[in-house]
Design a protein around this ligand. Structure first.
Ligand code: MG
Length: 202
């Protein structure tokens, strides 16, 4: 399986990191080993002093397909959750400045933290809130209606290049409010008002 991530999909977040608004989705990937096993502790990585949380809606692909049309995209996912795309922002900033690929800042072990998957309410696909709480204080609030590229558009775009396979995950981008993770922070991720993700970074 593979994990495909979308960068720069919410305007206020693009502004907070002073990036340009993309004409096409910005794509990167994480390997399977990036998925944190929540039965074990998640540790603050030693190679960064600026670990950031990014809360994102994550969909799970339920059917193999390539060159999927936007109109047909809803047939390729049934479940979603909230996840954290952990980012070593200091490394990423340095790599970006030098025009280099981001992988080591984005795709390291435990950088993909997933909540429990639940069925997608398709009538609310484009109007669902999601929130991230850090030590019980809300730090991010997003709504799927504010995506620059909708989930259907992302599937159509990505599947031109990569065959999507059952079990693949797509992180759909983070809204504004990204910030520092400090050791022992407790995170609570909610999708549509329901807590699906709970993790402590040790
Ligand atoms: Mg992200």
């Amino acid at each position: 399986m593979k994990i495909i991530c979308i960068g720069r999909n919410y305007l206020p977040h693009i502004k907070e990191l002073q990036n340009e608004v993309p004409r096409e989705p910005v794509i990167f990937m994480k390997p399977k080993t990036a998925i944190a096993n929540l039965g074990f502790p998640v540790y603050y990585p030693k190679f960064t002093e600026e670990l950031h949380y990014e809360a994102e809606v994550v969909i799970r692909i339920c059917k193999n397909g390539a060159r999927i049309t936007e109109a047909n995209a809803r047939n390729y996912f049934k479940e979603w959750t909230i996840g954290l795309d952990l980012t070593a922002r200091d490394l990423q900033t340095k790599l970006k400045k030098n025009g280099l690929p981001w992988e080591i800042s984005k795709s390291f072990d435990n950088s993909a933290i997933l909540g429990d998957f639940v069925p997608v309410p398709f009538d609310k696909l484009h109007d669902t809130n999601f929130e991230l709480y850090q030590n019980e204080e809300r730090v991010q609030l997003g709504n799927t209606k504010d995506m620059i590229f909708s989930i259907e558009k992302i599937i159509a775009y990505v599947s031109q290049f990569f065959t999507l396979q059952m079990g693949d995950l797509i992180f759909t981008g983070t809204p504004e409010g990204v910030g520092m993770v400090l050791p022992y922070d407790e995170f609570d991720g909610r999708l549509d008002g329901k807590t699906l993700l709970k993790v402590t970074i040790n």
